[in-house]
Structures are given as C-alpha cells and as structure tokens.
Design a protein around this ligand. Structure first.
Ligand SMILES: [Zn+2]
Ligand SMILES: [Zn+2]
Length: 336
C-alpha cells in the first residue's frame, strides 16, 4: 500500500508500506478521507515541537471497516470516523475520564503514524460508527469536536455574549457550537474571506482585526465586553490582548496552543475575577455532539470543504494549501 510520510520539514513523500496486521482488539480500516489542518501545516513547516521525522501524517480521518473482532459491533463496510487520541487509561487524567489530556497521550499522525495511508489498524475504542454521515463529513468530525469541547468547557449558555478570536477551522467550530447553544457570537479575524464565511454560513457577527478593534468591541457590547472569550488565533500577541476583551465576571478560554510564554497584567485579571481555562483536544461526548449537529443539518460541511486533493497529489499540493491567500478553510484528501 501507499502512505504519505513527512520525511523532513517541507517534504512529503509517497512511500510504500506493507498493509498493517490487525491485532486482537483492533479494527483494520481502509482509509477514505483525511482533513489537513494547522497541525499538519506546522509539521510540514518544521515548527511542531516534539514531532519526530519521518512520520505518516493525518489525524482527521474517515474510513471503512475491513476487518474487526466479531464482538466489536462493527461490520465490514461500515463507515466510521476516527478518534485520533490514544490514551493510556491509567494516569490521573484518564482516571477522571479526561482522556483528552492524558499524561502520555499519543496522537495519530503526530506521535505515531497517522491515516494518510491506504490502510490503518486501530484500537476498537478509537473507531466510531458514522451512521447517517458521508465520508467527507465523517472526516470533519475531529476538528469540529475541538471547538465543541471548548464550548462545553466554558459552559456557554443561551444569551451568553461570546467573542471568538481567530476564524479558522477551530474558531469556526467554537462559533458554531456556541451559536447552537443560543449564545450571541462575534468572530474576529484578519482575513476577509473567513469573516464572510462566518457571517454567511454561521450567521454570527464579525469584526475585522486591526486598528481600533478594542473600541469597536466596546461599542458593540455597550462597554461591557464579552462574558466568554475564546482564543483560536495561534498568536501569542493576540492571546495576551484577549484578556482585555473579557467582561467582569467572565471566562477566557485558550483553545490554540503556542510554543511561547504568555503573560497578563494581574490587576486587569483580578478586577474581573476572570476564569482562565485551557481547552485541549476533545472527548467522546464532544465527537458525539458534532455528529448529532451534522445529522440535524446544522453544520455547513459542504461550504467548509473548500479544497479537495487527490491522495497522490498531496505532496505537490501542500505548499499551495498552506499559502494564506489560497482561501482554504478545510482541505480534504481523497484516499479511497
Ligand atoms: Zn487537525
Ligand atoms: Zn492517561
């Protein structure tokens, strides 16, 4: 079979691999689609810490069951999506059901070989039936679950004023699931096409980042700012600036992770009695929320899928997908 390996920074290579042998308790899968996201782009650019080259990338995955244990509840040909987080089930986080932040978490396509390959064998618990979805939709569950998880963590409610900074795929997921809870959502981004997407397909308010943003946000909220602010920018400067966008008594959720120190003025933090949260990956119930929203027709998956790439073409197409002017929201690789 073929697989796509990130051999070294800025190089993807189509390589020959043998079809993996399924162990007991695992499911052998024929891969169908893989979404490309910021993580893949960081790996490709060479600025993902802890990544060891070479590695088969791909963690936003849909597949078809080829073979599983009789008691697995899966049948050959079932369409499935993948939970790419492989947890230890014994550490302190796993013991309190927070497998998304397992001490020794191993993520497909990052810490171990991922799904940009014709076949993959995975533990049964990481393979979830995607009844009622298409192969494209099933490959979009993971990144949206990251947004759904952040919204659940912040306990967003009907009528909550929410600000989402960063209108990429993760910010879109946050804005979507906050809206579905009845929050009043504003999205900030520097890119006009992302703001157009959010206004047009999610029905949220938008503000262009840059000059005078703080004044415009104050105006928009009658000087109160936002009860819940989510950062999905991947920018240390934006994460620091975001503290001032939180209302008194409000919550700040850092969804994107940066390889840097970030700081804040304690008086600004304290006078608000601000709750500061990080949000990492997603849990099974977040994946399930996304699937339900897709089945209910609340997720504009067709519009999000701006680019489709054939498996063999990805090594050549990757630089174009990364280019910020390409207007990419979600690129899906067609594997099978
Ligand atoms: Zn991703
Ligand atoms: Zn663990």
């Amino acid at each position: 079979m073929k697989a796509i390996e990130c051999t070294k920074p800025e190089q993807l290579t189509l390589v020959d691999r043998s079809v993996p042998e399924r162990k007991t308790g695992e499911v052998l899968l024929r891969m169908l689609r893989a979404g490309i996201c910021g993580t893949d782009m960081h790996i490709y650019a060479g600025n993902q810490p802890y990544f060891e080259y070479p590695r088969v990338i791909g963690h936003e995955l849909s597949a078809e069951v080829v073979e599983s244990d009789p008691e697995s509840g899966l049948r050959d040909g079932d369409l499935v999506y993948i939970n790419p987080y492989i947890a230890c089930h014994s550490c302190i986080a796993c013991r309190s059901a927070k497998t998304n932040c397992c001490v020794s978490l191993s993520v497909l396509g990052v810490h171990r070989d991922g799904g940009l390959a014709h076949y993959l064998s995975l533990p049964r618990e990481n393979v979830i039936k995607a009844d009622g979805l298409g192969a494209d939709q099933a490959a979009m569950v993971e990144f949206l679950a990251v947004g759904a998880h952040a919204v659940a963590r912040a306990q967003v409610r009907e009528g909550t004023s929410v600000l989402v900074t960063g209108g990429g795929p993760i910010g879109i997921g946050v804005a979507l699931f906050a809206s579905l809870r009845g929050a009043k959502v504003t999205v900030v981004d520097m890119r006009e096409e992302r703001l157009r997407f959010c206004a047009g397909h999610l029905g949220v308010e938008t503000e262009h980042a840059g000059e005078g943003l703080r004044e415009r946000l104050l105006d928009r909220t009658s000087g109160e700012m936002f009860a819940t602010v989510f950062d999905a920018t991947g920018s240390p400067a934006a994460m620091e600036a975001g503290f001032l966008n939180v209302a008194h008594g409000g919550t700040y959720v850092l969804v994107s992770i940066v390889n840097a120190r970030i700081g804040f003025e304690d008086p600004e933090f304290h006078k608000r009695e601000m709750s500061l949260l990080s949000s990492r990956n997603a849990q099974l119930q977040d994946f399930e929320r996304v699937v339900k929203a897709m089945r209910d027709g609340h997720v504009p998956t067709k519009a999000m899928n701006t680019h489709t790439v054939a498996f063999e073409d990805l090594p050549r197409e990757m630089p174009n997908l990364i280019h910020s002017n390409s207007g990419t929201i979600k690129a899906l690789v067609q594997i099978g």
